[in-house]
Design a protein around this ligand. Sequence first.
Ligand code: G4F
Length: 344
Amino acid sequence: MKKAFILGITGQDGSYLAELLLGRGYHVHGLVRRASMFNRARIEHLRSSDPERLTLHYGELSDLTSFRRLLSRVQPDELYHLAGQSHVGLSFEIPEATCQENGLAALHLLEIVRDLQHPMRVYFASSSEIFGATSSFPQCETTPLDPINPYGCAKAFATQIARVYRKAHGVFVVNGITYNHESPRRGENFVTRKITLAAARLRAGAKEPLRLGNLDAVRDWGYAPEYVEGIWQSLQAEAAGDYVFATGQLCSVREFAQAAFAALDLDIGFAGSGVDEVGRRLDNGETVLRIDPVYYRPVEATLLVGDASRARTILRWAPRTVGPEVARVMALADWEKVRGETGS
Ligand code: G4F
């Protein structure tokens, strides 16, 4: 039985990946942080359905000696490094922690893997944010790195150091350069989930308008369960390499919001501009969306849109759910959740 180790198993991608691996007969190990509150909602169903093949270990990647001991005991065939501070906006507030968790931690991990006798394949969760201010559209694996926020800088460092370990030390390490990928399991402080939850609550009768930052920001939004398929496939390939995982299509925050509201039969129109822009229901004129500059970022990435040709050719991976359709799937899931909670 193949063994996989997932760092970040309690997150959106980690939980979908654990499901996929268990479905493929793996024994899955995951590292979880000791905290006063449980944060395992996304994998609770797996813990009860597959207790023999899912093993959780308390630990921290920063506790290097313990983590090294754990890895040499478990001896996984595949190691997925999906952990870290994942909020770009927050990285302006906590840049040092972000760079520790998203940059230096990858180097620590590679050093451990390099020393271990047991060979393992490593996946590193890189990000479109490594391209930040690029003027190349769409971006691919060879697009020069040009990050513009602490999060992107940390991911750029880790991506490049992984390339160094691949070339210099022969470590089988893959950089998955993923563009935004969302799902009903997305954290509530990311714009997509914030929108779909607000739409569901509005439909259930809530009156408080949704407050967002830059509605003109555009992203290449895909569907997380499809991205973990590519992540797994990338470690099954003959050779290690970098892969862009993206839809190749752009959608603005405004368009995403419109699609989410429309999925719940709430048509909204926009009026005004800048901080005075508002979203109103077309049927009754009610204001359901306002701008709050607190959510503006000091700098915004340019047009991050990915070319996934390499993943398509080598891994036979292709996204199926794109932008507005992702919004629809998430809004319907949140509506079910809110309906259950409120009895609507
Ligand atoms: O949902 P976001 O916070 O995602 P962002 O910054 O693109 O980062 C996500 O995708 C990256 C690429 O895959 C990952 F590396 C990263 O870990 C994370 O998963 O923001 C998306 C856009 C931004 O332009 C932001 O300015 O939405 C804009 N936005 C507008 N109003 C908002 C809001 N973002 C948030 N979080 N909250 C708002 O109210």
